[in-house]
Design a binder for this molecule. Structure first.
Ligand SMILES: [Zn+2]
Length: 73
């Protein structure tokens, strides 16, 4: 599990593998999730250093993804 900076609160955010990557919808292999402030977004596929994050709220797929990342339920 890698880490990145949260663009919103500058805290440490988790980079998690995008479960939808390669499924057609997702072009980003990683998602950035900050548990400090609740920010979440796509992280560009960076080799290392700061990940560039794009906040994106497409549709219900995103909500399902967040539920998946937070352990379901
Ligand atoms: Zn944050």
């Amino acid at each position: 599990m890698r880490e990145a900076r949260c663009p919103q609160c500058r805290g440490v955010a988790r980079l998690v593998r995008n479960p939808y990557y390669g499924a057609g919808l997702a072009v980003h292999s990683d998602l950035l999730v900050c548990q400090a402030c609740g920010f979440s977004g796509f992280a560009d596929n960076a080799d290392d250093g700061d990940a560039t994050v794009r906040a994106a709220m497409p549709d219900g797929v995103w909500q399902r993804m967040l539920r998946f990342l937070s352990g379901g339920g």
